[in-house]
Design a binder for this molecule. Structure first.
Ligand code: CUA
Length: 447
């Protein structure tokens, strides 16, 4: 074996460090969550941040090159090597050069001032409130909607609320906001070519909302509504995101997607979200009887599911047309730390569930993903670590989906009811939003 010279060994070591860093950084051009590369930027806010970053980087490169040049120049021209040198070998020593001192004080100060002003300008623009109203039709009425979406982080999923009425969402805490016209979980739907203001907040701990190809990250802080934080998408498509503030057990499984639609498709989405669950006439009559206080025996799978939902799910979940009469603020406060569980009225109009980690629709076959939905109902912890123990003996509040010990029949009935909720998203959205399903074995271990 040949021995390496010290300098080669040093170079090899440096190379190994660089290679390991690149590997750990997992640089990939087609990654879902990357801000690198123009191709991944899908809206004006993201491009603004990117060009700001590029400018600052070039300035940093120039400063680095300048410092390196001066260092090498000084070393080559004035460096003395060896131990025994005389004072005579020293180059001429200079004291007090005013021009130089002014220059190296003023140059960095100006540079930093410039970067600071640029930062403020970009930040201000990302926060500005002057978005244009979007014309939409809600329940047959044409309105000019201030495009605002209330984003509520909670352990461990994101809720998106749409208020079309006369609600000043940025003046209200999430707890005092009225029931939204539309509430979705894990997926935010927006029209393309419009600046949408996000009002970001949290129901429990600090989370952080980040859709890298549309905008930077914004903390979701309990008790506080963020200043409007904008996003806009140029093209119809799907943009992935992930909670980026460590928020407990299933932080890594708190994902989300933005689905950007053509204005006409967005209007269609609003129309569908304003409807209740499309029950057949007999099942609707069955619900009416239950609401009236009667206890008719369920006659089929849908009716059995309605009965189970009202008995076991409705204390946390809202499903319009099935159990909204059971929904009350008190019930919510009694059951949950977070104060909310996803509104399930349009469960199967979404394409991911469980915090954006499982597919509602199979991206390959475009069939309803009965297996995963059933597994979630049967044993949620096998998919995602929840934290469903009561906080204390006299406090039954929980967070996350508990195991309700449902029977096989109950699970099958509920899966069928959830599939019914719809409407089914387009094949394009189903395949674009598809998430990888890790092996359930490994998944049950937690991370
Ligand atoms: Cu929510 Cu991390």
């Amino acid at each position: 074996m040949t021995t390496m010279s010290p300098s080669i060994r040093k170079a090899a070591r440096l190379l190994a460090v660089v290679a390991a860093t690149l590997l750990l950084a997992s640089c990939a051009n087609d990654a879902e969550l990357t801000t690198l590369g123009q191709d991944n930027l899908a809206g004006p806010e993201a491009r603004q941040i990117d060009s700001f970053l590029t400018w600052v980087l070039w300035i940093a490169y120039a400063v680095f090159a300048g410092v390196l040049f001066v260092t090498i120049y000084a070393w080559k021209n004035f460096g003395i090597s060896g131990d025994d040198y005389e004072e005579d070998d020293w180059p001429e020593q200079i004291h007090g050069n005013d021009t130089l001192e002014y220059a190296w004080t003023a140059a960095p100060a100006l540079l930093l001032l410039g970067i600071g002003l640029y930062t403020l300008t970009v930040h201000n623009s990302l926060n500005s409130e002057d978005s244009n109203p979007v014309n939409v039709t809600v329940a047959g009425e044409s309105i000019a909607w201030e495009p605002q979406v209330v984003v509520v982080g909670q352990q461990w999923w994101w809720e998106y609320q749409y208020h079309f009425g006369d609600v000043d969402v940025d003046q209200e805490r999430v707890q005092t906001l009225p029931t939204p016209d539309i509430s979705t979980a894990t997926q935010m739907v927006i029209p393309i070519g419009q600046e949408i203001e996000l009002e970001i907040t949290s129901r429990d701990v600090i989370h952080s909302h980040w859709i890298p190809s549309l905008n930077g990250k914004r903390d979701a802080v309990p008790g506080r509504q963020s200043a409007p934080w904008k996003i806009e998408a140029d093209e119809p498509g799907v943009y992935f995101g992930q909670c980026t503030e460590f928020c407990g057990l299933s932080h890594s499984r708190m994902r989300m997607q933005v689905i950007a639609l053509e204005p006409a498709d967005f209007q269609e989405w609003i129309n569908s979200q304003m409807e209740g669950v499309p029950l057949d006439a007999e099942s609707a009559a069955y619900v009416d009887a239950l609401v009236a206080g009667d206890t008719p025996a369920p006659e089929n799978s849908t009716q059995r599911a309605i009965s189970t939902f009202r008995g076991k799910c409705a204390s946390c979940h809202l499903m319009e047309g099935v159990a909204e009469d059971l929904w009350s603020e008190e019930a919510v406060a009694r059951q949950l730390v977070s104060g909310a569980a996803p509104n399930l009225t349009h469960f199967s109009s979404r394409t991911t569930f469980g915090g954006g980690i499982r597919n509602v629709w199979d991206p390959e076959t475009k069939e309803f993903n009965k297996n995963d939905v059933a597994q979630w109902l049967r044993d949620p912890d096998s998919i995602k670590a929840n934290y469903t123990d009561p906080v204390s003996d006299d406090d039954m509040r929980m967070r996350g989906m508990p195991n309700l010990e449902l029977s096989t029949q109950e699970v099958d009935d509920l899966v069928a009811l959830l599939e019914l909720t719809g409407p089914k998203p387009s094949d394009f959205i189903i395949s674009e939003t598809g998430v990888e399903t890790p092996g359930s074995e490994e998944n049950a271990q937690g991370e």
